[in-house]
Design a protein around this ligand. Structure first.
Ligand SMILES: C[S@@+](CC[C@H](N)C(=O)[O-])C[C@H]1O[C@@H](n2cnc3c(N)ncnc32)[C@H](O)[C@@H]1O
Length: 306
């Protein structure tokens, strides 16, 4: 795939993702990896962190004694990944078109990164590439937003900081079965900074920030729009997303060769409900008899005689 087709949409969000979402993602996914994947890997296993983003999770795995390589389509996300995990190797590439030798014990892909793959055919290409780089008995762990994940919500989260604020909202088109999420970033306009003005005796912005981030963010995220400094300018970044059903993901994994697929809900329990908005998938590349026999031609002779 040429660099024109490489997925680069995260470039403008990279600095903010590195400061905010990446830490939440790490806190969310490390416990799930510890429950669903890591106990099944050999000591010092080799892991590919596909769509690794800013590398915080990559670094945690490295600190846990694993050998980890990260791959992502965004140069800017990888810039932070190289800072956050200086001893890891990071590769600029696309999940739909990468190739490595089959040396990995596991591939992980976290924080709904695969919801950016906008067609089932392309999702199958990703699964095929993952299958090819796994050793026999290798495992593929990923999370995904399912059918009911996306809806139409103008502001469903946000943060008010000293130097910037952001909100995230989403849309969903139920006919096309595709959605978007939009990050709006507010920052002071350089020409309107009031750094030279005398500071007020009590810090009203700090009080506003604290009330919003500790309380309103969870009950009424849209209040951020009223609290953000009116002099700040805003910019928007919109990402396309596509949810998939559990059944189509399972079928696609099996079609490319994965023989065992387990699905869990966000509590890491077996996913039974059609109402689940997210799922973790753990797919196993089980020992393939044909390729085993192909690699040991002398055994084919034995079998033929039988
Ligand atoms: C939500 S972030 C997740 C980052 C990281 N896995 C984490 O848990 O923090 C999604 C990442 O997937 C990457 N990505 C999405 N589609 C991609 C593709 N087709 N090829 C390579 N990277 C892709 C984006 O560049 C971004 O860094």
């Amino acid at each position: 795939m040429s660099s024109e087709n490489r997925y680069t949409d995260y470039d403008p969000w990279a600095w903010l993702y590195n400061e905010s979402e990446a830490h939440l993602a790490c806190r969310r996914f490390m416990p799930s990896l510890k429950k669903l994947l890591l106990p099944h890997l050999p000591k010092g296993a080799e892991i590919l962190d596909l769509c690794c983003g800013t590398g915080q999770l990559t670094q945690q795995l490295l600190s846990g004694g694993y050998r980890v390589i990260g791959l992502d389509g965004s140069e800017k996300m990888l810039h932070y990944a190289r800072e956050n995990a200086p001893n890891c190797q990071f590769i600029l590439g696309d999940a739909r078109s990468f190739e490595f030798p089959s040396t990995f014990d596991a591939v992980i892909c976290t924080d709904s990164a695969l919801n950016h793959i906008m067609s089932l055919e392309e999702l199958k290409s990703v699964f095929r590439n993952v299958y090819n780089v796994l050793k026999e008995d290798g495992l593929f762990f990923f999370d995904l937003g399912l059918g009911k994940r996306y809806s139409n919500i103008p502001v469903n989260d946000g943060e008010l900081k000293n130097e910037y604020a952001w909100t995230v909202g989403e849309t969903y088109n139920s006919e096309e079965k595709t959605g978007t999420f939009t990050i709006t970033i507010f920052q002071p306009s350089p020409e309107k900074t009031n750094e030279n003005l005398p500071k007020p005796s009590f810090d009203l912005p700090a009080i506003k920030r604290s009330i919003y981030n500790n309380f309103l963010r969870f009950v009424k995220p849209a209040t951020l729009l009223q609290l953000v400094d009116k002099n700040w300018h805003s910019s928007k970044i919109t990402f396309s997303v596509k949810p998939y059903s559990k059944a189509e993901v399972e079928a696609a994994l099996k079609e490319v060769g994965f023989t065992s697929v387990k699905v869990y809900n966000f509590r890491c329990k077996s996913a039974a409900s059609k109402e689940d908005k997210y799922a973790y998938f753990v797919a196993e590349k089980l020992h393939n008899e044909l390729s085993f026999l192909e690699s040991r031609p002398e055994l084919i002779g034995v079998n033929n005689k039988i």
